[in-house]
Design a protein around this ligand. Structure first.
Ligand code: PLP
Length: 370
């Protein structure tokens, strides 16, 4: 695919395909069936893609429920939708009124938070919405075993609260057949067994696609909505949402024994042709994509892979174009993410995961929503 002819003033640009996002939401929805609610996780600015546009797209698909990470993200999302919005980060101390006034649901991660929320409910003389998070193995957030035991012994701890869901989160759902997956399901069913009338939420994107048993009453997909592959060992079932192009700033020929880039880390063994492309680590094009003796990442010129040479700098990368039949011109585009290189491919080259590639996508990129 050749790059579209967008504004010549844009140095590098993102195309975000909102119809692909909608299709991915519907893939999860179809997979889980009508008895299960398909919420959407739109934290971190909609995984870096722009939460306003992401939310508007999901609203058109009638998404019934949203999760974010922080209170401030929730306050922003609240200004855009009337649907329930819940905060994974919990109930922040001395912020109870902010949640109440804006009708934001805290994911209560401890009995201390539960107590504060209950006191707020008593003060205002209204039942307050809440989600209870049980830790079943992540040891990151949620009620631990001791707190869970206390809750089992005294369910009045939940009096005055309107519990929308009880939830837990997979630690290893991206790994096929990891024993923790079934182990966490079992533990979650056990800790929630005294609350048979309260709905349960477990699965992220990977969990949804692994086993129907994990769906329960609500699923919480994130990465798959944005095109990341929830099943790393298999072909990606999600539609690609992001394409990224960079503009060629200059082309040049170098002699044998020249070096390229900061630190002169790359030395040429023959005369070579190079192009300098307008994106760098300030754009979230990770510095770990610099070449070294063991690996080198690529970008694509009209479908042909061109290796990145030397270090990624703040605003530019250098690529080797010696092998191209047709020499590119200044101002032409190369594909960084697109049909030849997925978010997950680039993540592997950078030694990271697709989540980090997406959430690092820079604010300097011109963004086109299509
Ligand atoms: C981020 C997050 C999700 C979404 O996970 P994906 O792997 O992106 O689908 C779901 N639940 C919790 C608690 C999360 O923090």
């Amino acid at each position: 695919m050749s790059a579209p002819s967008f504004d010549k003033k844009a140095s590098s640009w993102l195309e975000i395909d909102l119809s692909a996002l909608a299709a991915n939401y519907n893939l999860f929805k179809d997979r889980t069936g009508s008895a299960c609610e398909t919420a959407a996780v739109i934290k971190a600015d909609g995984y870096g893609l722009g939460v306003d546009k992401v939310l508007a797209t999901l609203e058109n698909q009638n998404c019934p429920f949203y999760y974010v990470a922080t209170l401030e993200e929730a306050l922003h999302v609240r200004s855009l939708t009337k649907k329930p919005v819940a905060v994974f980060g919990g109930l922040y101390p001395e912020c109870e009124d902010a949640y109440i006034h804006e009708n934001i649901i805290p994911v209560l991660n401890s009995l201390e938070q539960t107590k504060r929320w209950q006191a707020a409910a008593a003060n205002h003389d209204i039942p307050l919405p809440a989600i209870i998070h049980f830790d079943t193995g992540m040891n990151r957030l949620g009620l631990d075993e001791k707190e869970t035991k206390k809750l089992h012994e005294d369910s009045s701890i939940l009096d005055g609260l309107n519990i929308f869901y009880m939830l837990t989160h997979f630690a290893c759902s991206d790994e096929k057949d990891h024993p923790m997956n079934d182990g966490q399901l079992e533990k979650f069913l056990q800790v929630t067994s005294p609350f048979s009338n309260i709905k349960k939420s477990l699965a992220n994107s990977s969990g949804i696609l692994r086993k129907d048993e994990y769906h329960l009453d609500q699923v919480r997909p994130g990465i798959g909505l944005y095109g990341g592959n929830p099943l790393p060992e298999a072909k990606n079932p999600m539609a690609a949402v992001v394409r990224l192009f960079g503009r060629i700033l200059q082309v040049r020929t170098v002699n044998q024994s020249c070096t390229a880039g900061y630190g002169a880390t790359y030395r040429f063994d023959k005369e070579s042709r190079l192009a300098t492309v307008a994106l760098g680590y300030a754009d979230g094009f990770l510095r770990s994509l610099s070449s070294n003796d063991n690996r080198c990442a690529h970008v694509y010129y009209q479908g042909t892979a061109c290796p990145i040479i030397g270090r990624v700098s703040m605003d530019a990368i250098i690529i080797d174009i010696s092998h191209l039949d047709k020499m590119p011109h200044e101002g032409e585009a190369v594909e960084i993410l697109g049909p030849h290189q997925s978010v997950d491919d680039l993540a592997v080259a950078a030694g990271t995961i697709g989540y980090e590639i997406l959430t690092d996508l820079g604010q300097r990129y011109r963004r086109y929503y299509i």
